[in-house]
Design a binder for this molecule. Sequence first.
Ligand code: 6PG
Length: 239
Amino acid sequence: MKMHDLNLPESVDAYFFDTPGDTAVALADAVAKHLSERLLIAPRASLVVSGGSTPLPFFEALREKPLDWARIDVLLADERWVSEDDNDSNTRLVRESLLQGPASEARYLSLKQPGDTPADGLAAAETALEELHLPLDVLILGMGNDGHTASLFPDAPELDQALDTDSAAIVAPMTPPSQPQKRITLTLRALSRAGFTALHLKGDDKLKTLQGACSDIENIREMPIRAFLKPGLQVYWSA
Ligand SMILES: O=C(O)[C@H](O)[C@@H](O)[C@H](O)[C@H](O)COP(=O)(O)O
């Protein structure tokens, strides 16, 4: 699909690659560049990543980058409320695939905290993020075919609050009936205006979903990814 079919907003750059591996390497290069530039002028940098099945080759490429990882705070955009040894845990994915090698020096800020539900663990999660400076420096988002990103799900009863950028909340519990697990997510207030935001996608289905998202950009509740289709976003896609 040619870029113009996406009618992305002005100055949203879309990069199309032949393979997920090529995408991963290119995205890792861009992220490493932004993190190292940030660390030239700030004592620490924040890197927010997403879970799911797409990021693995990106994590494997990024972790080998010769960055000052001890000065980088790594956290998830969202998390399933499962134990860290659960196969569905994004924290497990990040610890096993990203926080290895040079990147093992990074400081990991965990959204997953003790508590039977995300609501029970919310205060501890907020405390864990106390040192997180906003706006974020680097944010990597995925997208589901319902147009969710992070755990901003269209069917979540808490979506309006999580999208309310006037709210002070930077993290919120989400209980989308479409999902098998309860979730915790960074809110739109926390996720917006990052220094560098990339949308990392794989597959024709995701490209079609993105095309649909571009067709009615203002209707964010219907497809929360639309909140990020703004100038400066970089889309990285492969079949
Ligand atoms: O916890 C999660 O699932 C992610 O944070 C979520 O927002 C993900 O990025 C999309 O669902 C895409 O997931 P895939 O990469 O598996 O398609």
